[in-house]
Design a binder for this molecule. Structure first.
Ligand code: GLC
Length: 616
């Protein structure tokens, strides 16, 4: 078998891959009959690469990135909370997928009001997760396996327990007095009373976006919770402090940053009122989603933090509400300050105005939205590709069918995403097809956004059972239940009761079971990731929609040079007939149904196939 004729007929049970085809990849993987093993080609001869990952300019274009939410990944010390040693202990599970990098959600010191997205010390590790020495070991262990570490960077806001904020709230004259967005009460009102807020904006986690501080006699802005005050990025001292901190992490050996809500850092200085929404607050998004200085600040960050370095670091920005035009400008390979962004259009499709109000999504909505982004960034810019992360419900429950077609729909959705142009992200547990949590009562929820929404909605008079149903569908806790390692107690996540309940389906849905099963979703992900590493057209090929005339099918072609890869996915519970897929011209690279049921004129429910077109 030649190197590019990969062993990817997952449907017929072959579970053996090599990823040595790419010159820059140092790893070789093999899978034995009972499971998988990940190994460096010659572990002993590898240098200590703690600050020297394999370096290729733009490595991230051909990469797949795995997200770890450390609180829910693996608990090594039996306190019910995941931690860094737990991540280190499971690195072979991640490496076994063949991914290139890990994005680690925040592990900085934090009061954990928003599970670490409220940082009180950017240069230390929260004791619940471990120590700086653990982080250094994680970097070393990842690099030793040929993977990189991408840290989360949460700098739109800090925690209200950050020393910068503690000093800032005390008076208007101290060193950090102007580091946050302080404003006086609205003229003609009584400060501290309802209606006296500087503008009408609501916060993302319910209530007003302003908090009155009597000591200082002013309000501060918090776009998220009251414990997450927004930093004043227009103050050069704030930027200086953030850039110094970023440089400190890069010097320590990390390989880039995933930048939390980074398009919110610049606000229209007038902070005008916004149109009033259902909950009675003004929508401030037009004034902070892509504020006047965002591009300038990010360009300065690039100059001050990255440009003087010889390595190739990843800069990925989380950007709710960004437009394709803005994304193109931000990620243009010559002039853009970022390498890629996370856009939200496809994960907003099932929401009617706000995330708690459902709206049905059709296959054509999904196809049009994803294809629109593919085409918009075809000539310049770069996409991030994702279904899931720690803020989104589980993809198989949301867009697939997590009961009758659980395995088929999880693999169909994965196929579709991974064959697009851009960098795919796999969120922990997605590679097992983890599903939404049962969430039987409000006591099962932990997320600040969910708990605030429930309290507010019930207080407004909404029916608690209806509010709970919305949480079951959309709560971020769906993604945060513990990683399901085994069928044992607490899913093998911890030896003690975890901070959030384990999904009871861990009895059958767990990593150990999937590693034993060559037809598992886990191995399918590995096959998909190998496809990207072995076929240039999957990385850089032009994207063209294949019109099949069937609403339930999403089909497209990726072409580069004389290689064309065609993907067909049936996104429905019903079989769909199609024009004959020319058996002589198309070579099947990957399929999620066994060969025995494969038909050239029909796709089974949630069937996905990836073909290479033979030329000549
Ligand atoms: C981002 C994070 C989310 C967090 C919010 C505030 O959207 O992904 O988890 O709550 O920003 O930091």
């Amino acid at each position: 078998m030649s190197d590019d004729q990969v062993l990817l007929d997952w449907g017929s049970g072959v579970a053996s891959l090599t990823s040595s085809g790419e010159p820059h990849r140092r790893r070789e993987r093999s899978v034995d009959a009972t499971g998988w093993r990940a190994m460096a080609s010659s572990p002993d001869s590898l240098p200590d690469t703690s600050s020297e990952p394999p370096c290729d300019a733009q490595w991230w274009r051909a990469a797949v990135i795995y997200q770890v939410y450390p609180r829910s990944f693996a608990d090594s010390d039996g306190d019910g909370v995941g931690d860094l040693p737990g991540v280190i202990a499971h690195l072979d599970h991640i490496a076994g997928l063949g991914v290139d990098a890990v994005w680690l959600s925040p592990v900085y010191r934090s009061p954990q009001r928003d599970n670490g997205y409220d940082v009180s010390d950017y240069q230390d590790i929260d004791p619940s997760f471990g120590t700086l020495a653990d982080l250094d070991e994680l970097i070393r262990e990842l690099h030793r396996r040929g993977m990189r570490l991408i840290m989360d960077l949460v700098v739109n806001h800090t925690s209200d327990e950050h020393p910068w904020f503690i000093a800032s709230r005390q008076n208007r004259t101290g060193a950090t007095a102007d580091w946050y967005l302080w404003r006086d009460a609205r003229p003609g009102t009584i400060p501290g009373q309802a209606g006296a807020e500087p503008n009408n904006w609501g916060a993302a986690f319910s209530g007003s976006a302003w908090q009155w501080v009597p000591e200082r006699g002013q309000y501060y802005l918090h776009l998220f919770s009251v414990e997450q005050p927004d930093l004043n990025w227009d103050n050069p001292e704030v930027r200086e402090a953030i850039f110094a901190m970023m440089n400190w992490w890069l010097d320590r050996g990390v390989d880039g940053f995933r930048m939390d809500v980074i398009n919110f850092i610049s606000k229209d200085p007038a902070l005008p009122d916004g149109p009033v929404d259902r909950a009675g607050y003004g929508d401030g998004t037009p004034y902070f989603v892509y504020g006047p200085q965002v591009h300038t600040h990010l360009a300065e960050m690039k100059r001050r933090v990255f440009d003087h370095r010889s390595g190739s670091y990843l800069r990925v920005g989380e950007m709710p509400g960004v437009t394709p035009e803005q994304a193109r400008e931000l990620t243009d390979s010559k002039h853009g300050p970022l390498n890629m962004i996370f856009q939200f259009d496809h994960v907003y499709l099932d929401q009617d105005g706000d995330k708690w109000t459902p709206r049905p999504v059709s296959v054509s909505d999904l196809r049009d939205t994803l294809a629109h982004w593919q085409l918009a960034l075809a000539d310049s810019g770069w996409n991030s590709l994702y279904w899931s992360n720690h803020d989104q419900p589980r993809a198989v429950s949301r867009f697939g069918n997590d009961s009758r077609y659980w395995r088929e729909s999880a693999t169909a959705l994965a196929t579709l995403l991974h064959l697009h142009r851009g960098t795919p992200y796999v969120y922990q547990g997605e590679e097992l097809g983890m599903t939404n949590a049962p969430g039987e009562s409000i006591d099962d929820f932990r997320d600040i956004e969910s708990l605030h929404h429930y309290a507010d909605a019930v207080e407004r008079g909404e029916d608690p059972t209806v509010v709970l149903a919305a949480l079951r569908r959309m709560s971020r806790d769906n993604a945060r239940t513990p990683m399901q390692w085994t069928s044992g107690r607490y899913g093998g996540f911890s030896t003690t009761k975890p901070w959030i309940p384990v999904n009871p389906n861990h009895h059958w849905l767990n990593a150990a079971a999937q590693v034993r099963d060559p037809h598992s979703i886990y191995y399918y992900y590995r096959a998909l990731i190998a496809l990207r590493h072995q076929h240039h057209a999957v990385v850089d090929g032009e994207f063209v929609i294949n019109e099949t005339g069937r609403d339930q099918i999403y089909a497209f072609r990726r072409t580069a040079g004389n290689e064309a890869i065609e993907t067909y996915v049936n996104l429905s519970d019903n079989p769909v007939s199609i024009d004959e897929l020319e058996p002589n011209a198309l070579v099947l690279l990957l399929g999620n149904y066994p060969e025995s049921v494969r038909d050239t004129t029909r796709l089974a429910p949630w069937e996905a196939r990836v073909y290479r077109r033979r030329f000549g």
